[in-house]
Design a protein around this ligand. Structure first.
Ligand SMILES: Nc1ncnc2c1ncn2[C@@H]1O[C@H](COP(=O)(O)OP(=O)(O)OP(=O)(O)O)[C@@H](O)[C@H]1O
Ligand SMILES: Cc1ncc(C[n+]2csc(CCOP(=O)(O)O)c2C)c(N)n1
Ligand SMILES: [Mg+2]
Length: 280
């Protein structure tokens, strides 16, 4: 085992474990505002990667950090490191390397984790219940209404990866994903890759009541993104075993596509999810 200092780090996998590897980049102006606090940018760049580990039912162990900075601003870097290290230490994860270059501000993180049995996106079946953790739409609401609610703003700036929750439900989850691009997009990935569809009930999706003050709250809930909650599927017989922070919001169907109902009536949203190249 060798960390920072050589041309590459060296890892020795534990026997009978699966390695799980993911990478996610945050770009200034795309994933955060240039004047957001550096400590929250540090936190979020790691949290979104840990969220991918949670979605696989894996435990993060090591990370690589690729920093592109426009200039050396010591107080900015100090605050970034503080936010980044706080989450690293919380989950006992080691920074084993990375790269630092000059350019427009962006942060790339690669995370390596392990688990006994990963939870995939392509293993759900029709008839199973669709579950989400926490509440959806808070971060998207805060992005559009930054002064409206501190709890929503905290969801946007310092999302908490659902690692403990994932560990507690991973054996009952038949498929799982984290909600980064919006529920419709991410549940859509489970559906497409598992060859099923879904019907979800809007009124069963947990939200903070304050977001309903926005005319666009349905868009925030279904397609806003930046939630970093878990969406997973379970057998109907496991519903009574769900932790309190999890809510069944619908069911998987043989028919493809996702139908959203509001008080039993289908609603036509025309929504997809967060798309990086949608407005080109
Ligand atoms: N440039 C790329 N080269 C190779 N594979 C890629 C590339 N971009 C995405 N992928 C792969 O495509 C799959 C989906 O990645 P994507 O980033 O779209 O989804 P995600 O990780 O669920 O979402 P998010 O990035 O919002 O967390 C992953 O397996 C990822 O490794
Ligand atoms: C300044 C600013 N503009 C827009 C957003 C919203 N946003 C950006 S990327 C993304 C999806 C996840 O990205 P990826 O798919 O790359 O992981 C979302 C919801 C934000 N947070 N800050
Ligand atoms: Mg990704």
């Amino acid at each position: 085992m060798l960390g920072i200092g050589d041309d590459a780090a060296i890892l020795k996998p534990a026997a009978n474990r699966h390695w799980v590897i993911a990478t996610d980049t945050l770009v200034s102006g795309v994933h955060f505002k240039p004047d957001d606090p550096a400590s929250t940018i540090g936190h979020k760049s790691l949290a979104v990667n840990f969220s991918d580990m949670a979605a696989m039912g894996a435990q993060p162990k090591w990370v690589l950090l690729n920093l592109t900075l426009p200039a050396v601003n010591e107080s900015w870097i100090k605050a970034f490191v503080q936010g980044f290290s706080q989450l690293l230490n919380q989950y006992d994860v080691q920074l084993i390397g990375g790269d630092t270059t000059r350019g427009p501000l962006s942060i790339g993180v690669t995370v390596l984790g392990d688990c006994e049995q990963p939870v995939r996106r392509d293993t759900a079946s029709a008839g199973e219940a669709v579950v989400v953790s926490g509440q959806l739409g808070s971060a998207a609401f805060a992005l559009h209404h930054p002064k409206a609610d501190d709890a929503c703003l905290a969801q946007l700036h310092t999302p908490q990866p659902r690692l403990e929750l994932a560990a507690s439900i991973k054996t009952m989850a038949t498929a799982m994903i984290d909600v980064s691009d919006g529920l419709l997009a991410d549940l859509g990935h489970i559906c497409e890759q598992s060859g099923v569809g879904a019907t979800i009930e809007l009124e069963r999706i947990p939200i903070k009541p304050v977001i309903q003050t926005s005319d666009d709250w349905i868009t925030h809930v279904l397609a806003g993104g930046d939630d970093y909650q878990l969406c997973f599927t379970i057998k109907a017989c496991d519903q009574h075993r769900l932790p309190a922070d999890c809510q069944v919001i619908g069911r998987l169907t043989e028919d493809r596509g996702i139908t959203v109902t509001h008080h039993q009536k289908p609603i036509h949203t025309g929504l997809t999810g967060y798309q990086h190249f949608a407005h080109e």
